[in-house]
Design a protein around this ligand. Structure first.
Ligand code: MN
Length: 722
């Protein structure tokens, strides 16, 4: 970490003092065994950081110790404290997670590891404009919510000791704290931590402004003192008369919130200070409402200002009654009424529930609120589950139900729904990126497009110019944007492909009749379209490709033939087969019964769903289809045919252990892609292996078959044909 430097050690006397203080705090709420574990973690950290110093000159271990003290003051459990002691060990010393695991167990090791990971993204990302996403990502990444609590305490101590750093670095850390860590603390209901973050951050970012407001605040305090005391006394007297036991405290806004209000609401300092605020703390929920009635009879409540956060708690668990009243001389008086537990929750938020967990903490009674149930439910679940996993999962679900947060290579953060894959990521970057993506790297590792993304990963999309969306993406694209775009593209592409195929079929049919689309010219085509009620030529061509119209008959009608000569011209049509190039797209497919490859004699059949299906001439299925002669198209392979074509082989070979692996290795060594492989026993001596692979043409296939035959265990190799 950057705070380390080598220098002469200072006396470590105050370390001992802090350790003593911590020990006293721990004894108040942890068992002797638990306290000892915390101490063991301390000594481990002391050894690990031996020889390292903070910029202030103190031994480095004073930092983790201070972090643990912060958490102990919140009465966090012993595992959090141990993690706090060890939180910089992985990052800054040669010790790894396994070693911590061995010494202190999985849970503590996971916590330390989690804190280290957060520290890493903190340093690697410069996603300043995306502070909110960073917060969510940090929370989503932490498998155990205690990781966040340790991290917040770590940041709090660093903020408290910010003074020794260079001004520029001080400002950077302060900014990050205001943008990221203060909102996280707020979200978790940890108000005390949040306020300290804000005041320290504000002071470091804007020292002059902070100083000015703080002076103004001191002066105002003097002026207000008399009135504050007077109102306070009136409230106390009133409550006492009614027999309420309550604590009344005056409240003051903190520096940063005054500054924020001045800035955002364009109010003057005195306008903001013109409100007198008090908090009344009572012993039960029931008392809250009775005290409310009592003070409403003392001053006149302002309509519309009353809020019942006890019945309807805030999302972070905050509960209280809020009201604003009009005091003497028209000064507004703001009052919050809550129980001591609610006060604890308001100050420490999620950390408060560890306090309730310890038997010496305040007991929970008479509360039946949603927020309390939330915390209670989590607690019970954690106890039942015996480990923190389920517990943490449910905290995460409550905080962020359905999202993952990932980085682009440039460090921007994208929010995607849970279950999203690289395809979703690609489309959320840009539609063009989605449409042309072929592969991805997740954390620099090549990964399939179908892999589920997890928060904190960096995702890079690889694109290729000619690439197009694949229908199989529908199986794992979850975002609306990805799905809509894939659907749109496929539909559009299908139409383009079928128009192209229809054009070739019609052109061929015309040339069999000694004409052609070019030759024919626009006028006769338009006349034909008018006559047949087609809006344009593309629609006609599409219908031809889909087998709804026969190319040859259409050609004859275009040329003005009455159709009688059609039969006679079939021979001529045959003499002009359509050339297959292998690049036709969706509207030309290769039959899975006979696996035609370049070099085979082939014929096409126009199917209404799939466009043209290419079969081998000798295929039995084609023989059946021949009855529907209108849909048959004579084909040949283009000289420039491209791509790879599936072919199926049946290999008969000796039953030998490992022979399939030998076979597969031999085929792969010829750079041939095996698409499917399966085997069945023929008898005790021989097996059949069924193999599907992609080849270029018959010559290529022959050389592969020869190589397979050269294996001495291979008895026979056949290409499958139906
Ligand atoms: Mn630290």
């Amino acid at each position: 970490m950057q705070t380390i430097r080598s220098s002469k050690p200072l006396e470590a006397a105050n370390t001992l003092d802090s350790l003593e203080t911590l020990n006293t705090t721990l004894q108040a709420y942890l068992s002797a065994d638990q306290s000892n574990l915390v101490k063991r973690a301390y000594y481990f950290a002391e050894q690990a950081h031996h020889g390292q110093f903070r910029r202030s000159g103190e031994p480095y271990v004073t930092h983790p110790l201070a972090v643990a003290c912060i958490l102990a003051d919140m009465h966090m459990d012993h595992q959090s404290l141990m993690a706090a002691m060890l939180h910089d060990v992985i990052e800054d010393t040669g010790i790894d997670k396994t070693a911590i695991d061995g010494q202190f167990g999985h849970t503590v090791a996971d916590l330390v590891d989690g804190v280290s990971k957060l520290t890493q993204i903190e340093f690697s990302s410069h996603a300043e404009k995306q502070a909110e996403n960073f917060q969510k990502m940090a929370l989503a990444m932490a498998k155990d919510i205690r990781v966040i609590l340790v991290k917040l305490a770590d940041r709090l101590h660093n903020m408290r000791t910010l003074g020794v750093l260079q001004p520029e670095k001080r400002r950077r850390i302060a900014k990050e704290t205001l943008e990221m860590y203060a909102p996280i603390a707020l979200r978790l209901g940890m108000n005390n931590v949040r306020i300290e973050f804000e005041n320290l951050g504000f002071g470091a970012m804007h020292p002059m402004r902070a100083e000015r407001i703080s002076t103004a605040l001191r002066n105002a305090r003097g002026n207000r003192k008399e009135l504050v005391e007077k109102i306070g006394q009136q409230i106390e007297t009133c409550l006492l008369q009614e027999g309420h036991v309550a604590e009344v405290v005056g409240r003051e806004k903190h520096l940063y919130s005054i500054y924020q209000k001045m800035k955002s609401k364009r109010k003057s300092f005195s306008e903001i200070m013109d409100i007198y605020a008090f908090r009344i703390i009572v012993d039960s929920v029931d008392s809250c409402y009775r005290v409310l009635g009592c003070i409403h009879s003392l001053y006149k409540p302002i309509p519309g200002e009353f809020k019942d956060y006890i019945a309807i708690p805030k999302a972070n668990g905050y509960q209280s009654l809020h009201t604003v009243m009009m005091g003497m001389h028209g000064v507004p008086i703001e009052i919050q009424i809550r129980t001591r537990e609610m006060e604890e929750m308001a100050n420490n938020g999620i950390a408060a529930h560890w306090l309730y967990k310890s038997s010496d903490g305040p007991s929970i009674n008479g509360s039946h609120t949603r927020a309390r149930q939330w915390v209670q439910g989590l607690l019970e679940m954690q106890q039942r589950a015996g480990n923190s996993m389920e517990f943490i999962e449910s905290v995460k679900i409550d905080l962020f139900p359905d999202e993952v947060y990932v980085f682009t290579p440039k460090g921007n953060i994208l929010e995607l729904p849970r279950g999203a894959t690289a395809v979703d990521f690609a489309y959320s970057v840009h539609t063009d990126v989605g449409n042309s993506c072929v592969a991805c790297r997740i954390n620099r590792r090549l990964a399939p497009l179908s892999e589920l993304l997890q928060s904190g990963q960096t995702v890079e999309i690889l694109t290729a110019p000619g690439a197009r969306p694949n229908p199989s993406w529908f199986n794992y694209a979850v975002t609306a944007k990805a799905r809509t775009n894939i659907r749109h593209f496929l539909k559009h592409q299908r139409r383009e492909d079928s128009v192209a195929l229809g054009r070739r079929l019609l052109d061929k049919a015309l040339s069999a009749l000694d004409s052609g689309l070019e030759q024919l010219g626009k006028a006769p085509i338009q006349a034909y379209l008018d006559q047949t009620d087609y809006d344009n030529l593309d629609l006609l061509l599409e219908d031809i490709a889909l087998g709804n119209r026969v190319a040859l008959i259409t050609a004859q009608q275009m040329l003005g033939d009455d159709g009688e000569t059609a039969v006679g011209n079939k021979g001529a049509f045959k003499a002009h087969p359509v050339a297959i190039r292998g690049t036709e797209g969706f509207m030309v497919s290769y039959a899975k019964c006979c696996y035609p490859i370049p070099g085979d004699a082939v014929a096409g059949y126009i199917s209404s769903e799939r466009g043209m299906v290419v079969h081998r001439e000798g295929c039995n299925n084609l023989a059946e289809l021949r009855e529907n002669t209108d849909r048959l198209v004579p084909l040949r392979w283009d000289e420039q045919v491209e791509g790879e074509f599936s072919v199926a082989l049946r290999i008969e070979l000796e039953n030998r252990r490992g022979i399939i692996a030998v076979l597969a290795t031999r085929i792969n060594s010829m750079d041939v892609n095996i698409e499917k492989i399966s085997s069945e026993d023929k008898d005790y001596q021989y097996s059949y292996v069924h193999l599907e692979m992609a080849v270029k043409n018959r010559v290529h296939l022959a050389s592969i078959m020869k190589r397979i035959r050269s294996l001495k265990q291979v008895h026979r190799v056949n290409r499958i044909r139906h």
